[in-house]
Design a binder for this molecule. Structure first.
Ligand code: MN
Length: 292
């Protein structure tokens, strides 16, 4: 079998804080070879690797801020996070859950550690992705999908190798619950020690994986440790992942939108004019109201 080549294994960058609640390694757009275009439609990836937050009476997080033109997807591995937005979306997600917020024409939102988790403290581990929207959908209505782990479709691998938790797109006959605006595959491979899985996505789909827990061997050749990302070339469809020890791997693949990107902070549009409009609209209160 001919395999999709590994372009590069990217180690985690030095972490920085987003607000006071998210200690993240940025992989996209500041990672090696990972600008906003390379993993199109995935235009941002912040990864809070497993980190212990001590108890706090005041929940840590990020205060009210706007977004327009894309979707924010938060996948929780450890800890609990609460979200509220100005379109009325909101909820709490914990281990195995996903919040999929379509900012589209614009929302204000805030993201905090859930209150009880804050009081008790504990390990916190999350990925936040920004998934770009096609130009025709950037100004559509905001929406919120709260996806619990129970909603996530689980594909049982043969030989007790583990499970594939499908969030979006498909793995074999398991379809993910998230609705997306362009073809996107997003899944967690939860592999037992010695367990393996094959993946196949159209070769022009931009594809990467992030090792959340444990360590794996990719394509039977490359050993990849926890918190490292594998960026694949677009030269073939298939790749294999085998766990050395019990492992969790986030797998992402998406059809590139191949549209112009104009980005400014929390706004990602197609033209500079649309960015100026977004800033104007934000300054004129057109993103709605949300209390701090
Ligand atoms: Mn945000």
């Amino acid at each position: 079998m001919k395999l999709r080549s590994i372009e590069v294994v990217v180690p985690p960058r030095e972490p920085h804080f987003v607000g006071d609640g998210f200690r993240v390694h940025n992989f996209i757009p500041s990672g090696y070879r990972l600008d906003m275009r390379r993993m199109d439609p995935f235009i941002m990836m912040d990864y809070n690797s497993k980190f212990y937050f001590p108890p706090s009476d005041k929940p840590r997080g990020v205060g009210v801020h706007p977004h327009r033109g894309f979707e924010t997807v938060t996948i929780a591995y450890k800890g609990k996070v609460a979200h509220h937005d100005s379109s009325g979306g909101g909820g709490v997600i914990g281990e195995g859950d996903v919040q999929w917020m379509t900012a589209a024409s614009g929302v204000l939102h805030k993201e905090y550690h859930e209150e009880n988790f804050s009081k008790e403290g504990g390990d916190f581990q999350m990925v936040q992705l920004w998934v770009n929207l096609p130009a025709k959908d950037k100004m559509s209505a905001p929406k919120y999908q709260g996806i619990t782990n129970a909603d996530v479709n689980k594909y049982k691998l043969p030989d007790n190798a583990g499970l594939i938790d499908v969030i979006a797109g498909v793995y074999r006959d398991a379809k993910g619950p998230a609705s997306t605006f362009s073809p996107v595959h997003m899944m967690n491979a939860k592999l037992e020690a010695g367990g393996g899985a094959d993946f196949s996505f159209p070769k022009h789909y931009n594809t990467c994986l992030l090792v959340i827990e444990g360590s794996v061997v990719v394509n039977d050749t490359e050993q990849v440790d926890t918190n490292h990302l594998v960026l694949f070339e677009n030269n073939d469809s298939d790749f294999t992942v085998k766990a050395n020890e019990k492992a969790i791997v986030l797998v992402l693949s998406g059809e590139p939108l191949n549209e112009p990107i104009a980005a400014h902070g929390p706004f990602v549009m197609n033209t500079q004019q649309e960015i100026i409009q977004a800033i104007d609209d934000f300054n004129n209160g057109k993103f709605g109201v949300l209390e701090d």
